[in-house]
Write a protein that binds this ligand. Sequence first.
Ligand code: PLP
Length: 387
Amino acid sequence: MAPAAPRLVPPYIEALCPYEPGRSAEEVQQRYGLKNVVKLASNENPLGPSPLAIEAIQARLQSIHVYPRAGLSLRKALAERYGAKIENVIVGSGSDSIIAAIVRTFLSDDDEILTTEAAFGGFQVTAKSRGVAYKTVPYRNWRYDLAVLADAITDRTKIIYVANPNNPTGTIVTRGEFEEFHRRVPDRVLIILDEAYFEYARGERDYPDSMQYRFDNVITLRTFSKVYGLAGLRVGYGFAHESLIRNLLKVKLPFEPGVLAEAAAIAALQDDAFVGRSLGVNALGLQYFENALAERGFQIVPSRANFVMLVFPDPVSASEFTERLLEAGVIVRPLASFGLPGCVRISIGTKEQNRILINAVDSTQAVTLPMFPAAHGKEMAEASLHI
Ligand SMILES: Cc1ncc(COP(=O)(O)O)c(C=O)c1O
């Protein structure tokens, strides 16, 4: 028998569950033998990409034999757009990639990461891959509990991660809550304020746009994957104090983002008409879902993003719901991999896609699932929802 292989993989990597992306329409079409499938699972822009971005990609196609310049032009464009200096801006292949660079840049072995339970799955995986302590505090009414998060800071806390709006719950922390929280966080702790869904919430009076707070220990992350419709290209960006950015740039992979991604992002940044249309479609869809799903007895968490989260009384009901919708050709996102096996996230689609989802919910009435009576958590078993 061959000798046992040396232990190459650290135990915290062996124990890591990889990030599970939402299922693709092609996969579901094949598996269930369906002609049409609607994917409302990954918080993508249902209108597609920004048209200006497509034009910019076409114009750059002849240049893809040349290495990118580390996103320099995009950094400049973002600095101009947001009234920052280029030294305060970082860009990368998605905000995921910037999160990875942050984890590699700022953490030492004895440091701790602190965040909410069931935080954005991409963050969880990247953070846990560093092998440092990963601590969480519970949600309060599906919102980050910033007071308890501040109480949980120890001498070893190095990074606190707050997504605002939050994925998967869709809730926000308010301006007042954030300001109070920031006062309680020591300067030696880095706050990652992940604003992937910022465009959807920035119109809200109580939403704290972190660009209005240029705190030295806060890094703001944003993305072109959502309202700009460029998820497949992979472009994200961040703003922070120049000393943080300078060190991040040492660690970040040097050629991100690619030339087509950068050209598309620069063009998309100017595409106010597309962003406006996207926000309009989202606002109508969000309202439609909140009303239609609440009318049908679902417990729905009020959202400020481009998705909604449903809370089921137990994991079995949540996975049956997801499975029934798959059979009807609608992909939604089960949240077990985030740590919420009793919840399901649904992205807002076009008007037509949203109707298809609600019709699919109605047409699978043969199965009766135990549900919460509207807003309460009691007597779940008695309440039933027909899906
Ligand atoms: C809160 C949050 N942060 C970051 C990301 C990753 O975005 P990107 O596509 O820029 O890597 C997502 C994507 O779903 C997200 O929901």
